[in-house]
Each structure stands twice: as C-alpha cells, then as structure tokens.
Design a protein around this ligand. Structure first.
Ligand SMILES: [Zn+2]
Length: 326
C-alpha cells in the first residue's frame, strides 16, 4: 500500500488524456495514525504516521503525474475506537492553512454540542461526516440512516448550508426502501443541507443503482465517485442526474490499495492482497491501485454518456469549487 509500480504507471499513462490537469478531491480522508486506534495489522500502519493534505497530494502526484490536485474536501477518518475530538482537531488545523481545502468533521450522534461548537468556531469546517460505526449497534452494517445521521445534524447542515457526506449501509444501499425514504424526507425537510452520497450512493454492488431513481427531483443531492470501480452506477448518475451532480473523490487512503471493488453475486468484494493471492492464479493478473481503477471506470462512464470536456472538468473541478465556495 502507498507504493506506485510500473503497472500503475502504464495505466496512468492511458488515463492522462482523460483527467483534467487540475482537480479537486471531494473525498479525501486525512489523519494522524496516533488518533485512530487501529489494530497493528491494519495496512494503514505501513503508511505515513501523519497523512495530511500534503501527503494525500503527494500520493496523487505519483499515482497520476499528469494532473495536479489543488485541494478539496478533507474529511476526518472514522474508526470505531479512534479519538473523534483529536481526529476533528487535525482536520481543522490542516484546512485552516490551505485556502483550496475545506474540512468535514466526524459526528457522534450523541454529541450535538461538540459538532455545533466546532462548526461555529471554524468556518472552514463546512462538512459533516456521519458513519455507521457510531450508530450504537453491535453490528453496524445494517444500521438505519437516522441511527448514525441524527436529525440535529440535518438541522445544523440546513442552518449553515453545510455538506453531509453519507456512506450509507445495508445490503441494498440506495435500493433499500428505508434508506430511500429517510434520504428523500430529510432532503425535502432540510433543503439548505447539501447531501453528498459517497461511493455513487454506495453502489459497490452495481445493480443497486436501480434505486437511484428514488432520488429524482431532489435538488440538494450530489454523488461522489470515490472508490467506485464499476461503470454502471457512474453512468446511471450521469444519465439521470447530469454531470453537475457528480464529484470526483479519491477516498484517500483507500485509493492507495492495490485491487478493485467488484460486484459479485448479490454483493461486492474488495479484491486486494488480503482477499486474493494475485501471484498464485491460473492466469496472469497485475492489479493496479484502486484510485486508478476508479479513474478508469469514470473515464468509461463519461465516454458512454458522451460528456463534453467542460462537463468532465465539472466532475473533477467545477462542481467541487462551487460546493466548497473556493
Ligand atoms: Zn471514505
């Protein structure tokens, strides 16, 4: 993890003409390892102890040298046992000195006061990052949205025009009727909140994108492309919502993992060095990093949607610039 090899470089060359030469990342996690309380076996332990905006940008410049990431939305890194206060303080300090970045803070459903105080004290913190780990459930992958994205967070976002980056869960993700109902009702009730549905409304299982139609007519919903390696959900978003609703995101440091997120059966799988012995397959397989896989899927989706150069520029830059107010 975090290395770039000659296979990555070969694919990066193919992508150079697609990705504009300046981009903004709308899903960049930044962190200090000491705040995250990760197990010793975590692959992040092999990376930088401090992964701030500069480290993320440095990685992108190696992954895709033809483009320059100017900034974007720096998001705290949610871990189940991490120190949320320290994680958010790090985001606040990083974005305070970078005029091309805004920050998004991890929210704990039980702690409205901390989130309000932080947002009020730091105007460059314009985003909220709920996460299912904080739903209070033992098994969090089936959590209802309102268990980890409480109504006070919608109110706060509505009052201040903040972004909410939502990584929804449940097997069917956006095809799940309860998820659809909560998103629709809350977006209508809080029209000044700006909802970004991470991972193309979490369509790692591409057929779940059939549920995107439930969001038709909601003006305050966007999608980020982060870590999505399948064409179908990205194409669905482009064809049904338009290029001005899609935002490029890297999901740093996830983009640094070598492998691919793939629809498989009724679910999806992250094919990576933990799940696959790439050196022990019947046929040669040379995996590249997820960041490049994701660029490649987005490139195909843009081609099939017949996007113009300026629409592609919106996905990588213009839409983010408008949402971040930079
Ligand atoms: Zn993420």
């Amino acid at each position: 993890m975090f290395d770039i090899n000659q296979d990555d470089q070969a694919i990066a060359q193919q992508l150079a003409s697609f990705v504009p030469n300046r981009i903004l990342d709308m899903h960049m996690h930044i962190y200090r390892l000491e705040d995250l309380a990760l197990p010793a076996s975590s692959s992040l332990q092999n990376g930088p102890a401090v992964a701030g905006i500069a480290q993320a940008k440095e990685y992108y410049s190696r992954m895709l040298p033809s483009t320059k990431c100017l900034g974007g939305l720096a998001i705290g890194f949610p871990t189940s046992d991490g120190d949320k206060h320290a994680i958010n303080s790090f985001v606040a300090s990083e974005v305070s000195s970078d005029s091309m970045c805004k920050g998004s803070i991890i929210i704990d459903p039980t702690d409205e006061k901390s989130a309000r105080d932080l947002a009020e004290a730091n105007p460059e913190l314009i985003g909220l990052k709920p996460y299912h780990f904080f739903s209070g459930r033992e098994v969090t992958w089936n959590a209802d949205i309102d268990e980890y994205l409480p109504e006070w967070a919608w109110q706060l976002a509505d009052e201040r025009g903040m972004l909410i980056t939502l990584h929804m869960v449940k097997d069917d993700a956006i095809a799940d009727p309860a998820n659809q109902k909560t998103i629709t009702s809350m977006c209508e009730k809080y029209p000044n909140a700006k909802l970004i549905l991470a991972h193309a409304a979490r369509c790692f299982h591409a057929p779940n994108s059939k549920g995107l139609s439930s969001l038709a007519g909601l003006h305050n919903v966007w999608f980020d492309s982060s870590a999505i390696c399948e064409i179908e959900p990205l194409l669905d978003i482009l064809l049904n919502f338009g290029a001005d609703k899609l935002l490029w995101g890297s999901d740093y440091p996830v983009c640094c993992t070598r492998g691919r997120a793939v629809t498989l059966g009724r679910d999806f799988i992250f094919l990576d060095q933990d799940s696959v012995r790439f050196d022990n397959l019947n046929t040669k397989c040379r995996p590249i990093v997820i960041g490049l896989e994701s660029f490649r899927a987005l490139s195909s989706a843009c081609k099939y949607a017949k996007l113009s150069e300026s629409q592609i520029d919106d996905i990588f830059y213009g839409n983010a610039k408008r949402l971040l107010g930079i």
